[in-house]
Ligand binder design. Structure first.
Ligand code: HEC
Length: 164
């Protein structure tokens, strides 16, 4: 999963603490003490294409078991939710089209950068490396395999649309 360049990046980015974890590497968040996987700009499973609609959308909706979604705070039509993330930043995650518009500190060319998951605000917010709160705000936060799906989708070009 991690190539030579990935290892180099890992070594550079984990100044605080570095733990060997099989083929990959992990770091301990200075803010929370949580163990998390370092971001690597590579598709972890090039033989498999991630579908935004069937693999990532259900997690964002909060329909995937054990995964807290974004609906409460970032879905424009969710009148019953607090919509605090949408109100604070303008980021509407309800459709892929609105997601691509980004938010106040994540403009369209930064929220999702095709081919560069680690530079994408969406991934950085899920990993807690962007600044502000780690998403979903208040947790529980997504585990490494869930975030890896988003990383792989963006590494593969971040294509697709809701419903595809
Ligand atoms: C409990 C409410 C809440 C939930 C749930 C939540 N967010 Fe947020 N989100 C916020 C708030 C509030 C902000 C602005 C403050 C901050 O960045 O910490 C924000 C900001 C963001 C931003 C930065 C946007 C910008 O341009 O500043 C991203 C990206 C983001 N959220 C992604 C997500 C994703 C993806 C999910 C679901 C996995 C999610 N959020 C779930 C409340 C939430």
């Amino acid at each position: 999963m991690v190539g030579a360049s990935g290892r180099a990046r890992c070594a550079v980015t984990t100044l605080v603490a570095l733990v060997s974890a099989g083929a990959g590497c992990a770091e301990i968040s200075p803010e929370t003490g949580e163990l998390r996987m370092a971001c690597v700009d590579a598709d972890s499973d090039p033989a498999k294409r991630v579908s935004f609609a069937t693999e990532i959308r259900p997690m964002m909706n909060g329909d995937a078991p054990g995964i807290r979604g974004c609906r409460q705070c970032h879905y424009g039509s969710n009148a019953g939710g607090s919509r605090e993330g949408l109100l604070a930043t303008g980021l509407d995650l309800e459709t892929l089209q609105t997601l691509r518009r980004g938010g106040r500190s994540s403009p369209p060319d930064e929220i999702v950068v095709p081919g560069k998951p680690c530079s994408s605000a969406l991934v950085q917010k899920l990993q807690g490396t962007f600044g502000g709160a780690r998403m979903p705000r208040g947790g529980p936060h997504w585990d490494a395999p869930a975030i890896q799906l988003v990383i792989d989708w963006i590494a593969e070009g971040a294509e697709g649309a809701d419903g595809e």
